[in-house]
Write a protein that binds this ligand. Structure first.
Ligand code: SF4
Length: 481
């Protein structure tokens, strides 16, 4: 037996690539511990590795402190480490790998010390042209230390900086070259910059606490450190923060909103329910998805339950709409860390129960409607349905708060290739039989925009129509070869 990654657990969920958090305190206070708490609130966006880089804007231009490693935020950092990190500007990152392998070298933030001083960067998303750019940069002498496409962005910015009047201009020129999903935070010796791709695939928001500005993947991280939400970084916008001018905005790369493509899965599953993204409450969008399921695919039952956590709000929505009582049927063990003793193959069937257990007292003798956010490969749902039956459920009706996955994702999540998607190979009736449910229904595709009040969204993994042309081959992880 040995350690294995949480990713290897036989759990059929999806993963977000990363969370980013950055802070600049104009009063000169240390920001490392606030970034730590911000990252802690973004832990759900990536549990493989994390890191913080800080710098003192009044010190020499190449000064910085960096700490990053494999593990959860509270495993990688302790009080002593944080107290040793001095600086009033900083960037932080939590990572789950969808491009580049899971190892310490690939942890972020990335820090480059170059001719103009310091460049620290953290990135959430996936580029679709990173391979070409990487080849181009390699041909002109760049030596890559990692296998992540984020390093390509960092090199591009550093190279452009040599011919630009300001670091924000260099970031803008780099953004003109990169294609795909990116929510970036960049720190230079004297400025903090945030950039979001023109489609707005991944979220990014701005907050303020006293005289300090904060950039975060989600608003829940602002709440955690007591920062006030100011606004979201708009799709295509580049925001520069400096005591010289406060916030400066460059919207020259913003496109018509009909071309936006926010990842709908942020609302369905990835983001925390206490976050708002682009003015829409994640919790409310899940409630709506549950209501639509109840309207479109009703069924007689005694109790509606959610598969925690993301299924819970949708289950409440189903209950509110149908009048069928909502209950808690599962207890989840939230303490499964990055490393976990691998169950022997023979005991693998029971691994779901490491994470989840059914409450017999709630379930026994009842007809249950079980709401989950998605079925990816179908390797978990059958076990959860069986768990309910073993606990005494007389019927189990499964409702999924998203449409069936039919296509992969190239924009920062690990929705896999088509061959691995159960809905690509099987009809809904077949999947219902495979998972052992009494009935199965998915959210109607037409309902998706309604769950986010008509915001323009990406729904490529459901219908193959992405907001930009996808790469001709799946490049995820190719640099490792
Ligand atoms: S393809 Fe799916 S998972 Fe990927 S960004 Fe689009 S909606 Fe999100």
């Amino acid at each position: 037996m040995g350690d294995f990654n949480l990713k290897d657990m036989p759990w059929d969920g999806l993963h977000e690539e990363c969370g980013v958090f950055a802070m600049y305190d104009f009063d000169g206070g240390d920001v490392a511990s606030s970034i730590y708490y911000g990252l802690f609130a973004l832990q759900h966006r990536g549990q493989e590795s994390c890191g913080i880089a800080v710098s003192d804007t009044n010190g020499p231009k190449r000064n910085y402190a960096l700490h990053k490693d494999m593990g959860l935020v509270n495993e990688v950092f302790n009080q002593e480490i944080l107290e040793g990190m001095h600086g009033d500007i900083g960037v932080g990152h939590t990572r789950y790998s969808t491009a580049g392998s899971s190892c310490r070298e690939n942890a972020q933030p990335l820090v480059l010390s170059y001719w103009k001083g310091l460049l620290g960067m953290a990135h959430n998303g996936n580029l679709i042209n990173a391979e070409e750019l990487r080849d181009e940069l390699s041909m002109t002498g760049a030596i890559f230390q990692t296998t992540i496409d984020s390093e390509t962005i960092a090199y591009l910015i550093a190279r452009e900086r040599l011919k630009s009047a300001s670091v924000e201009e260099a970031v803008a020129k780099a953004c003109d070259r990169i294609k795909g999903a990116y929510s970036l935070v960049v720190m230079s010796p004297r400025k903090l910059i945030a950039a979001r791709d023109p489609q707005g695939f991944r979220p990014l928001c701005i907050g303020k606490r006293d005289n300090a500005y904060v950039i975060a993947s989600e608003t829940c991280a602002l709440d955690t450190i007591g920062a006030e939400y100011i606004r979201d970084v708009e799709p295509g916008e580049i925001v520069t923060i400096s005591p010289d001018f406060g916030i400066k905005s460059d919207k020259s790369r913003c496109v018509d909103k009909s071309r936006h493509g926010r990842c709908i899965f942020e609302y369905i599953y990835f983001a925390r329910p206490d976050s708002d993204i682009d003015g829409i409450s994640v919790y409310e969008s899940r409630i709506k998805a549950g209501r639509f399921l109840a309207q479109d695919s009703p069924v007689e039952a005694d109790l509606v339950v959610g598969v925690p956590e993301s299924g819970n709000a949708a289950a409440q929505g189903f209950s509110l709409e149908s009048g069928i009582p909502y209950g808690t049927a599962f207890v989840k063990n939230s303490y499964v860390g990055r490393t976990f003793i691998k169950p022997k193959q023979a005991s693998r069937q029971s691994s779901v129960q490491v994470k989840l257990n059914a409450l017999r007292e709630v379930v026994r003798g009842k007809r249950i409607i079980m709401i989950d956010d998605s079925i990816v490969r179908g390797t978990t749902s059958d076990r959860i349905v069986k768990m309910l039956r073993d606990a005494g459920a007389t019927e189990v009706h499964v409702r999924i708060s998203s449409p069936p996955f039919l296509w992969p994702c190239y924009f920062g999540t690990d929705v896999p290739c088509r061959e691995q998607l159960i809905a690509y190979k099987h009809s809904v009736d077949e999947i219902c039989k495979i998972i052992g449910a009494d009935s199965l229904a998915y959210l109607n595709f037409e309902r998706l925009p309604q769950t986010v009040d008509g915001l323009e969204i990406c729904h490529g993994c459901f219908d193959g129509n992405y907001p930009m042309d996808p790469p001709t081959k799946d490049i995820r992880g190719d640099y490792d070869e």
